[in-house]
Ligand binder design. Structure first.
Ligand code: CTP
Ligand code: MG
Length: 164
């Protein structure tokens, strides 16, 4: 994979899809099943549900399959799955951190809301492909801006209660 911005975007696309579908399909039983951590606060909170997790995994993996076929690059079969799994794990990790800091579900937290999903996705995908340091930096900046813009849009469209 060459590393022009378009190819970087195509590479990370399954993670973006995995991270954005839960808001559409989430709901129902929370991943932590309502349980608290040692500090008496929720492990992840009601914003992280099994349905959302599954929706993200399925959608991101399907994007990987589509890319494998369209780009004629069989690495995307595995990349789609790994990027989705990483994105979901990173999103959970971010919520875990926020709960440990005593922040309620949906409370905005600079950087922790936007980047863990990307960093975990890159780490999970790294056995198959890892962008250069410059590529990772570009993706981090781009992801941050995209995340802020799409969450603002999701709020305006009535999909999210808060614009972050
Ligand atoms: N969502 C879900 N399951 C997930 C991730 C997200 O159901 N694994 C849904 C929830 O409805 C959530 C919404 O997508 O409210 C937006 O996700 P996010 O902004 O990550 O969650 P927050 O509600 O802001 O919670 P947190 O403070 O834990 O980030
Ligand atoms: Mg949030």
């Amino acid at each position: 994979m060459l590393e022009n911005p378009l190819q970087l975007l195509l590479f990370v696309l399954p993670a973006y899809f995995a991270n954005s579908t839960p808001v559409l399909f989430g709901g129902g039983a929370p991943v932590d099943l309502g349980r608290n951590a040692w500090d008496g606060r929720r492990i992840f909170g009601d914003g992280k549900t099994w349905k959302g997790l599954l929706a993200g995994m399925v959608c991101g993996s399907l994007v990987g399959i589509a890319e494998a076929l369209l780009l004629n690059d069989s690495r995307y079969y595995l990349l789609g799955f790994l990027l989705s799994l990483g994105a979901m794990a990173g999103d959970l990790f971010g919520s875990f951190l926020k709960r440990r800091m005593g922040l309620e579900r949906g409370h905005p937290l600079f950087v922790v809301d936007q980047l863990p999903f990307l960093l975990f996705a890159l780490a999970f995908a790294s056995p198959v492909y890892l962008p250069s340091p410059e590529g990772i930096l570009l993706l981090a900046v781009l992801t941050y801006l995209l995340h802020v813009a799409t969450n603002f849009a999701a709020n305006r469209l009535g999909l999210k209660k808060v614009p972050w």
